[in-house]
Design a protein around this ligand. Structure first.
Ligand SMILES: Nc1ncnc2c1ncn2[C@@H]1O[C@H](COP(=O)(O)OP(=O)(O)OP(=O)(O)O)[C@@H](O)[C@H]1O
Length: 566
């Protein structure tokens, strides 16, 4: 029930729309069926019976329609057509709304995750995220559909019961009591379905997290003949998932299968009481049967919908929890000062820890503008962490990072990051054109910016020589280009928005000496206009740099440039 109300509170306008549409369809159906009553009255020759039959006859007569059998049959069939039409519109509305709910939930999670702190983001398993965006959002949106249906059916039961009270309060009361008993008898099945749904949500998350990890390292696992171990674990998890799905299906089928016979037994008992014990007249009994089957039929439908909701609701809560956790870990951007980079960057007595692990104890580095600085150091010395600090992805524990003399803490971080061009260690290009790989959806940039950036990155030569130039599709992960070409495209991407500060993490680690040399020359040229900092151990990059720092023991030592004439 909590899920039902939460959905309605979260999507009030859309819920109202869908509810109205579903109710309209239900009422159209109800009205056309109610027309059966006068037909029954006329059929048994009791035109003057009290209650709805008489009422319907009077209504028809007042609008000039004689309630003959053929006319009433026509009304019933016409009513069904109208109901079909309304149902079509309602289904369309439901479909659109379900798609909207799935999109809203997906975007909510993605936005919350992208706005979270870098450290938090790093800890999120990609498989789990993919599962949330694909499976959980889809299941949660279906849960919304079931919720609104449960509500619409409940309202229909209520309306029907109120109308039925005027026809025969005894029959209505009996129907409601029987219905309630039926709901209680079968509630165990609904509870079991909820448990199976929750289990599926849990297992799917684990399975996809594990699967994405396995798939990303499948080559090495295969090479060491360890893929069967991963396969066994995946197999086990998939089997558990299948078991949970089977349990869900079984409970759903059991509910369907038991509702009918129990309902038939209860109705038969009611009929026996009415006909044999209380000896009611045939029209009275017919009205009773009609109300009983209608009300109980609606109650059964409501319970089945509710059961379907319980299968999906855990996906909604899991998704919501993921978004809430991400929001709780949101990056705090308190700085408001507009950044400039006309003097330089200075790290002043910076200390930094990861939990209890000390990374920097006293970091002091000055990076003048329009210079090329290289940072090196042993693995785990904190080179990537140093770059994260410069981008404001992490904050120092103490000390300051000064940009033109202003603490990064006081600077508007988004504006500062707009001034940065970042080239990561692993260049992953999108399976798209070179142009789109450079612009990556930035609406303020166009092909002229891409061309200029390619010139700056020393890549225009090979791009313009391609038959399709900027429109060349680079293949999966850029596989149709050489390593050096990919790297230069990545540099062009980082330069397209005219950054003032270019950060490169191991920019040449995967390149052959010739490509490396080309990139180093490019960087050297660029450092006449930009401030560049690169993490690298490659002699060519170190030679090309104006200044080199070695990170070790939590500090930065400047290293004299002996290798180059730089
Ligand atoms: N998010 C994190 N949480 C906890 N510890 C971390 C985190 N990121 C890095 N570390 C640890 O901090 C240390 C420095 O990591 P960092 O990635 O900055 O080193 P690095 O010099 O770039 O290493 P490499 O050259 O191997 O890439 C490492 O010991 C690493 O295990």
């Amino acid at each position: 029930m909590r899920t039902l109300f939460t959905y309605i509170m979260v999507f009030p306008r859309r819920s109202a729309f869908v509810l109205v549409a579903l109710l309209a369809a239900g009422i159209a159906e109800g009205l056309s069926l109610t027309a059966l009553l006068p037909l029954l009255s006329i059929a048994v020759g009791e035109v003057n019976d009290p209650g709805i039959g008489q009422f319907m006859v009077e209504v028809l007569q007042s609008i000039g329609i004689e309630p003959t059998i053929d006319m009433i049959l026509l009304i019933i069939v016409g009513g069904m057509f109208v109901k079909g039409l309304i149902l079509l519109l309602a289904s369309r509305q439901v479909g659109y709304t379900v798609a909207h709910v799935a999109t809203a939930l997906r975007l909510d999670l993605i936005e919350a995750l992208l706005a979270s702190r870098w450290e938090y983001y790093l800890r999120q398993p990609i498989g789990s995220l993919a599962n949330s965006v694909a499976t959980e959002a889809y299941r949660a949106a279906n849960g919304f559909e079931h919720s609104v249906n449960v509500l619409a059916l409940s309202v229909q039961v209520l309306v029907y019961a109120v109308v039925a009270l005027f026809i025969s309060w005894q029959a209505t009361l009996a129907s409601l009591l029987i219905g309630l008993a039926l709901l209680m008898i079968l509630h165990r099945l609904v509870r079991a379905t909820r448990r199976a749904g929750a289990k599926q949500t849990h297992l799917l998350r684990h399975l996809l997290t594990y699967l994405s990890d396995v798939l990303s390292s499948v080559k090495s696992l295969k090479a060491m003949a360890r893929d069967n171990v991963a396969d066994a674990i995946l197999h086990d998890q998939t089997q558990q998932l299948e078991k949970a799905t089977r349990r869900e299906v079984m409970n759903g089928a059991a509910l369907m299968a038991l509702q009918e016979p129990i309902l038939a037994a209860l109705t038969a008992s009611g009929l026996y009481l009415a006909l044999v014990i209380w000896q009611l007249s045939l029209p009275e009994v017919m009205v009773m049967v009609f109300l009983l089957t209608r009300i109980l039929g609606l109650l059964n439908k409501t319970q089945r919908r509710y059961q379907q909701l319980t299968v999906q609701e855990s996906a909604y809560w899991a998704l919501r929890q993921a978004a809430e956790d991400a929001r709780a870990a949101a990056e705090s951007t308190t700085g408001t000062r507009v950044p400039t980079l006309t003097k330089g960057i200075h790290l002043h007595h910076v200390t930094f820890d990861y939990d209890k692990k000390s990374i920097f104890t006293d970091l002091n580095i000055t990076i003048p503008i329009q210079s090329f600085t290289t940072v090196m150091g042993p693995s785990g010395a904190g080179k990537s962490t140093f770059l994260d600090l410069l981008c404001g992805l992490t904050e120092p524990k103490s000390g300051e990072i000064l940009i033109d003399g202003i603490s990064l803490h006081d600077i508007n971080l988004r504006q500062w990051r707009h001034m940065i061009g970042y080239v990561s260690q692993d260049t992953i290009l999108l399976h798209d054109t070179i142009l789109n790989n450079i612009l990556v959806g930035e609406p303020t940039l166009d092909a002229t910016d891409a061309e200029r950036a390619l010139h700056q990155a020393g890549a225009w030569g090979f791009v313009s020589a391609l038959p399709e130039g900027l429109q060349t599709v680079v293949g999966e992960r850029g596989g149709l280009l050489s390593g050096g070409q990919r790297q230069r495209i990545a540099i062009a991407r980082a330069l397209a928005h005219r950054p003032s500060f270019l950060i490169l993490d191991e920019p040449t680690s995967a390149l052959d000496p010739e490509s490396e040399q080309t990139i180093c020359e490019t960087l050297k040229k660029l450092s006449k206009e930009l401030t560049i900092i690169a993490v690298s151990h490659q002699p060519a990059v170190i030679n090309a740099a104006d200044r080199v720092f070695v990170l070790s023991n939590g500090e930065a030592e400047p290293q004299l440039q002996t290798l180059s004439g730089a």
